[in-house]
Design a protein around this ligand. Structure first.
Ligand SMILES: *[C@@H]1O[C@H](CO)[C@@H](O)[C@H](O)[C@H]1NC(C)=O
Ligand SMILES: *[C@@H]1O[C@H](CO)[C@@H](O)[C@H](O)[C@H]1NC(C)=O
Ligand SMILES: *[C@@H]1O[C@H](CO)[C@@H](O)[C@H](O)[C@H]1NC(C)=O
Ligand SMILES: *[C@@H]1O[C@H](CO)[C@@H](O)[C@H](O)[C@H]1NC(C)=O
Ligand SMILES: *[C@@H]1O[C@H](CO)[C@@H](O)[C@H](O)[C@H]1NC(C)=O
Ligand SMILES: *[C@@H]1O[C@H](CO)[C@@H](O)[C@H](O)[C@H]1NC(C)=O
Ligand SMILES: *[C@@H]1O[C@H](CO)[C@@H](O)[C@H](O)[C@H]1NC(C)=O
Ligand SMILES: *[C@@H]1O[C@H](CO)[C@@H](O)[C@H](O)[C@H]1NC(C)=O
Ligand SMILES: *[C@@H]1O[C@H](CO)[C@@H](O)[C@H](O)[C@H]1NC(C)=O
Ligand SMILES: *[C@@H]1O[C@H](CO)[C@@H](O)[C@H](O)[C@H]1NC(C)=O
Ligand SMILES: *[C@@H]1O[C@H](CO)[C@@H](O)[C@H](O)[C@H]1NC(C)=O
Length: 603
């Protein structure tokens, strides 16, 4: 009896109802009443600003900076076509274009997307914008606010969402030609190339202001190299994508290269043995024709879109390419040159920068000098190998040079160091991991000299286990753990080391076996919701308590996608039905946006 009185009081209290006197009438205690229906609360969407902002000159004012661009249109490759294009004399004609696909030798290539032309957006039904129930086990009490100009949004990348790989002029990238063929390919992913309007409408309806996407170089320039013609269809497509963002009141943000290096840079090799993204660093970016070609491509995009796009990233996560020190040098040089072009000749008023993979590593035992050395090496290789020169004009860390004891070709001269200093406006970090480091068996010194050692070039034992034996945090489907305190450490590390604004350019969490659940349960993604809010909380603390200049945060990703051969690591804020391409909002999307909206500075 007593228990049920307490319970009914509790129910009434939770429901926010005044506790009626009748409840204390002992003959009424068994009369349970349900709490009333609550009226649905809807995601508020974003408000379109009344004025448009210009971030630089219009293309017609700066077209002389990319002289003599000829444009053309190639269309789509049909592997079953028997007719051979007749323009074999034209180095950039249909014949040459088709040959690039044929030479790529994609075994059993099929391309059957649901959509093959751009689809108009329909308005997002209000039923799908009802906030999920507040059944959280805990809340995040920090109600301090984000800085006024804090950038909050969502991100995606071309190869992971577009489909249309051989359509509208695109030519092969290493994602099609070299990615482990026994795994699902990127040929048909989310059909975002055709559904971008709907995708943008859905992000806007939810209330995320920034949309970060990447453009495939080989679609803009099918023949990749300087002096080759520009694809008119591609320019028009991304022009419309940008304008669509602006129409919905959103701000677009562009990455020039997100792992989809044009196949051309691997010299037409018929290779199929890239199984991880890190392997991709052995090829392509280190090619000695790469830098000039990348700058040419970058200038074409920058001049066309500088007026409407305020934030640019040159390279996505090039610090994964550590096995090839020439790739690292090329990244430093190319980034700084495009950065000077952007702020110099072009007169861009926004920001141009770079984003890095991984969070930091900590020593297994902070009192053990060997463990501390190991943790520092992790930061030196992953962040300082590029960051020292690009942000500080400082030489590579010794540990990085010592990893290639017989080579000097990748070293930077004093003159080069001077030129590249300050070549990025922000330090983007994709802090998916926190690692615990010790020296490898046999020690760092022996390993770094020995390229046949399995641990080379990192030469570390980096694990997810603390000294106590506990894991570092709650684990996702893949390599991501919920570690907000270590995120705060990482933000402090970057800010203190590189003295630049920090930008959390990706963060996201694939729930354990999410794809095996039924749709309604996939949508109730409490783990991801906790991940996002705990990480945003850490960012707030880094900003407000530690004084770290965090420029913004972009959630990865706005929808489940192709995670490089894998659809089981679902990082999305929306579920995608792979048969119908329909999208469904997950709870975490509502919770994350609300977390931010509750903490914008009051006007
Ligand atoms: C309790 O409720 C009964 C039935 O509604 C009523 O007759 C009685 O007077 C109430 N007693 C008290 C103490 O309120
Ligand atoms: C551009 O075209 C003009 C006229 O055809 C030519 O004189 C000039 O050399 C070209 N410039 C470049 C950079 O190719
Ligand atoms: C391509 O198709 C052939 C014949 O069906 C099959 O034997 C082969 O395994 C396929 N290769 C790949 C990579 O799917
Ligand atoms: C945060 O909440 C506390 C307690 O409710 C309140 O005193 C404080 O003014 C709030 N701070 C902000 C920035 O809203
Ligand atoms: C480097 O790239 C060029 C294309 O610019 C290509 O012709 C060449 O074969 C590549 N070199 C290697 C070693 O792959
Ligand atoms: C495949 O990988 C092996 C071992 O890493 C390497 O020796 C070989 O050259 C690669 N093949 C191609 C075609 O790149
Ligand atoms: C391809 O991926 C499978 C599954 O992860 C793996 O077993 C195989 O070794 C990979 N092959 C290559 C060539 O990387
Ligand atoms: C430091 O840690 C390493 C392993 O990480 C261990 O081999 C070594 O004995 C430790 N040194 C001390 C002084 O505890
Ligand atoms: C290099 O590493 C390999 C593999 O661990 C090992 O077999 C070899 O002895 C090492 N070489 C030297 C010179 O230490
Ligand atoms: C890495 O370190 C962990 C924890 O000290 C240890 O259990 C494991 O055997 C080490 N692995 C290697 C490859 O050295
Ligand atoms: C995708 O949608 C179709 C049609 O509504 C449905 O039959 C199918 O079960 C859905 N697939 C998944 C994995 O939910």
């Amino acid at each position: 009896m007593k228990t049920s009185i307490v319970l009914s009081l509790l129910v009434a209290y939770i429901a926010g109802q005044p506790v009626s006197n009748e409840a204390s009438n002992s003959s009424n205690v068994d009369m349970f009443t349900f709490p009333p229906n609550t009226s649905p609360v809807y995601a508020s969407g974003i408000t379109k600003p009344s004025t448009t902002t210009s971030y630089g000159p219009r293309y017609d004012e700066v077209s002389h900076l990319v002289p003599n661009l000829s444009t053309t249109t190639w269309g789509k490759w049909d592997p079953s076509a028997t007719a051979i294009p007749t323009d074999s004399d034209d180095p950039y004609g249909q014949y040459a274009w088709t040959k690039m696909w044929k030479d790529a030798k994609l075994e059993n290539f099929t391309y059957t997307p649901i959509y093959t032309t751009a689809v108009q957006a329909s308005s997002v039904p209000s039923e799908s914008l009802v906030l999920p129930p507040a059944e959280d086990v805990f809340t995040f009490p920090d109600n301090s606010t984000f800085p006024e100009d804090f950038i909050f949004g969502v991100a995606g990348s071309a190869a992971q969402i577009e489909s249309a790989v051989c359509d509208e002029g695109r030519t092969p990238t290493i994602m099609e030609t070299m990615f482990n063929r026994t795994l699902p390919q990127d040929y048909v992913t989310n059909d975002n190339y055709w559904l971008y309007k709907q995708d943008i409408a859905r992000i806007a309806a939810m209330g995320a202001k920034y949309y970060s996407f990447s453009i495939p170089w080989s679609r803009i320039l099918p023949f990749v190299l300087p002096g080759t013609p520009v694809n008119k269809q591609a320019l028009d497509h991304y022009d419309d994508l940008i304008n669509t963002c602006i129409e919905y009141g959103m701000t677009p943000m562009i990455t020039l290269l997100h792992f989809d290096t044009p196949h051309m840079f691997v010299g037409g090799r018929d290779a199929q043995n890239i199984s991880t993204i890190a392997d991709a660093g052995t090829i392509g970016i280190g090619n000695d024709t790469f830098v000039d070609a990348f700058i040419n491509y970058g200038k074409i995009l920058l001049t066309h879109f500088v007026d409407r796009v305020p934030i640019w990233v040159g390279f996505n996560e090039p610090n994964l390419f550590l096995v090839d020190p020439m790739a690292i040098k090329n990244v430093i040089i190319a980034t700084s040159k495009l950065h000077s072009f952007y702020h110099g000749e072009l007169g861009g008023k926004g920001k141009f920068g770079i984003k890095f993979a991984n969070g930091i590593a900590g020593p297994r035992d902070v009192t053990n000098a060997s463990d501390v050395r190991a943790a520092k090496r992790y930061q030196e290789l992953y962040f300082e190998s590029i960051g020292n020169a690009l942000f500080l004009g400082k030489d590579y860390p010794d540990s990085w040079k010592q990893t290639f004891p017989d080579r000097t070709d990748f070293h930077l001269s004093a003159e080069e160091l001077k030129q590249v200093k300050g070549g990025s406006d922000f330090f983007g970090i994709d802090p998916y991991t926190y690692m615990v480091a010790t020296e490898p068996e046999g020690g760092i010194d022996a390993c770094q000299k020995n390229q046949t050692n399995k641990q080379w070039p990192l030469c570390l034992n980096a694990t997810n286990y603390l000294k106590t034996g506990w894991k570092v945090g709650y684990r996702s489907q893949s390599y991501v753990y919920i570690t907000p305190k270590h995120l705060r450490e990482a933000l402090n590390f970057v800010h203190k080391t590189f003295k630049a604004p920090v930008f959390v350019t990706e963060f996201g969490f694939p729930e354990w076996r999410e794809g095996e659940k039924e749709l309604a349960d996939q949508l109730f993604d409490l783990d991801r919701s906790i991940y996002y809010r705990s990480f945003m909380d850490a960012i707030l603390n880094a900003v407000n308590l530690d004084g770290v200049d965090v420029m913004g945060a972009l959630a990865w990703s706005f929808a489940d996608n192709w995670e490089f051969g894998d659809y089981n690591q679902q990082f999305g804020l929306q579920v995608v039905n792979r048969t119908t391409q329909e999208r469904f909002y997950k709870k975490s999307f509502f919770d994350l946006v609300k977390y931010v909206q509750d903490r914008v500075p009051k006007a």
